[in-house]
Design a protein around this ligand. Sequence first.
Ligand code: MG
Length: 202
Amino acid sequence: MKIICIGRNYAEHAQELGNEIPESPVIFMKPDTSVLKKGSDFYIPEFSDDVHYELEVVLKISKGGKYIQLENAPNHYDEIGLGIDFTARDLQTKLKSKGLPWELAKGFDGSAVVSDFFKKENFDLNNLNFSLLKNKEEVQNGNTALMIFSPEEIITFVSQYFTLRVGDLIFTGTPKGVGQVIENDFLEGFLEEKKIFGLKIQ
Ligand code: MG
């Protein structure tokens, strides 16, 4: 199983970190060991003083393929969920400034929080609200209508480079409002009005 992540897929998030709006999807990956075990707390790693949450809609690949055409892309995923792309922002900033890959800041153990998954037919993927509460206060609120690259465009683009397999996950990018977590924070993710995960920070 691999985890493919899209960076800068919401204009206002790209701007909040001082990045340009991309012309093609910005791609990075997390190893399968980055997935936080269900029910576990998230532990801030010792190598960072500035770990950020990034709430994202996650697609689960249900049918493998390569060179997937745009019109066929909807047939390759049948479930969606939410995830947190935890990011060691201080480390990422350092790596970015040197033009180095981001993996250390993005792929560490526990950095991929993944909720349960739900049939995509139950949602309007072109107009899907999702939000994150930190200590009962809303910190992120996104809508998939604001994505620069749609799920179908992402699948088409990514599958030119990587063969997609059943069970692969695609993190589709975070909306604006990313921020730091500290010990004892509590995060809650909502898909529309439905709470689908809660997470304690240690
Ligand atoms: Mg992200």
